[in-house]
Design a binder for this molecule. Structure first.
Ligand code: AMP
Length: 399
């Protein structure tokens, strides 16, 4: 079976053609500058990467270029578009309407559109991607939506209700939703497999630390709490996002900096996080380099980030009343041995202990726990595309 996985953003679109059973990636790539001019980077394992400048006024032209690239006699990987059995789409927000992946039909499309106010920056692009695929590939190719929020729909109400007037929830859907669900689901399942134990009996804290970061308390295979909230702005500090702050800061910034609420939110989304603290970069590689040169604010940004992640691991363990494993994933979690060690060092009292030598590893599934540690610590590269392809295949096989 061949599944095309699509992750559509407002001006970019990532794709991957994969076999969900063998887990082979046949080709993958990225369309950028959609609506501006258009560039396609196409990668086939074992072959040279190809980059093309192609006009992409809308997502439909981007999808058409992807199909052309996949079919190309020179650098393609399939002979006919009919070899693509289905398309799986990453969708950021499924609200309370979606607690799992779904086949997209007219009813689902309407439910998806109803979620737009909850994610005005992300869901319209995801919907555009779905419509573009239908326009280019026709209605007969099944399309499946896989939601970042779905895995967290198992959270109990005590975890997702904010202490604000209850009508905010009943009338306006204000609650904690959580994000990165596909990643948390994948790495927690892999951790259980690596431990050789049923996930149903495990309490796992998954740390997705990348440009955006969130942690999840996975109890018995189900999300029972997570650090992101109503939006992906909440939780631990991120590359450019502030994470949890006192909401009164918004009004204070508006009054003292003489900006409107939109600009205040823009600052908290795009000019805060480790970039805001350091004034150097949102990228931890740059922060490490600057801190090594003696830049104190870069060091402070790293310290604040690690401190908040450490505290959140403790909070997740408390939410579950126990801890069997901690998992690190995503750009920072998979690549930075130093940060993994700094984050876990204060958690010895919980039984978390990382082995310095085993931890000198990057992007490879590894048990980095010290011998005899009561809690296992893992590095597990995330693979959201594989989950999307496998969910899509399962739904299509059931049709
Ligand atoms: P992601 O959002 O998962 O793609 O993660 C991207 C982020 O990972 C980058 O912005 C970097 O901050 C971080 N990252 C990637 N490689 C490294 C590395 N070798 N050391 C520290 N951080 C890294």
């Amino acid at each position: 079976m061949k599944i095309l996985v699509i992750n559509a953003g407002s001006s970019s679109l990532k794709y991957q053609l994969m076999d969900p059973d063998t887990q082979d990636v046949l080709a993958k790539g990225l369309c950028e500058r959609i609506g501006i001019d258009g560039r396609l980077t196409h990668k086939v394992p074992g072959r040279e990467d190809k980059t093309f400048e192609i006009a992409m006024p809308t997502h439909a032209e981007a999808i058409a270029s992807v199909i052309d690239a996949l079919l190309s006699p020179e650098y393609g990987v399939i002979k006919s578009a009919s070899e693509i059995d289905a398309v799986g789409h990453r969708v950021v927000h499924g609200g309370e309407a979606f607690n799992g992946s779904v086949l997209i039909d007219e009813k689902m499309m309407a439910a998806l559109e109803a979620c737009i106010p909850l994610a005005p920056l992300h869901n319209p692009a995801n919907i555009t991607g779905i419509k573009a695929c239908e326009a280019v590939m026709g209605k007969d190719v099944p399309q499946v939506g896989v939601f970042d929020t779905a895995f967290h729909q198992t959270m109990p109400s005590k975890a997702y209700i904010y202490a604000v007037p209850y009508e905010f929830y009943t009338d306006n859907e204000v609650r904690k939703y959580g994000f990165h669900g596909t990643s948390h689901r994948y790495v927690s399942a892999r951790a259980a497999a690596m431990m050789g134990r049923p996930i149903e009996e495990l309490k796992i804290v998954t740390c997705h630390l990348g440009n955006g970061s969130s942690l999840c308390a996975v109890d018995g295979g189900k999300s029972v709490d997570t650090t992101m909230g109503f939006t992906p702005l909440d939780g631990v500090p991120m590359g450019t996002r502030c994470g949890s702050v006192d909401p009164s800061i918004v009004e204070y910034i508006v009054n003292t900096k003489k900006v409107d609420v939109g600009e205040a939110m823009n600052i908290l989304n795009k000019k805060s996080g480790v970039l805001g603290i350091s004034g150097v970069s949102s990228d931890f590689r740059d922060l490490d380099a600057a801190a090594a040169q003696g830049n104190e604010r870069a060091q402070l940004a790293i310290d604040v980030f690690c401190y908040q992640v450490t505290k959140s691991i403790g909070a997740c363990a408390a939410a579950m009343g126990g801890l069997d494993a901690v998992v690190f994933t995503a750009g920072v979690g998979e690549n930075s041995a130093d940060l993994r060690e700094k984050i876990t060092a204060p958690l010895a009292f919980l039984g978390v202990k990382v082995d310095h030598e085993k931890n000198q590893v990057r992007g490879k599934e590894t048990d980095i726990s010290a011998d005899g540690a009561a809690v296992r610590t893992f590095l597990i590269p995330t693979n959201e595309e594989l989950v999307i392809a496998q969910d899509t295949a399962a739904i299509v096989r059931g049709l």
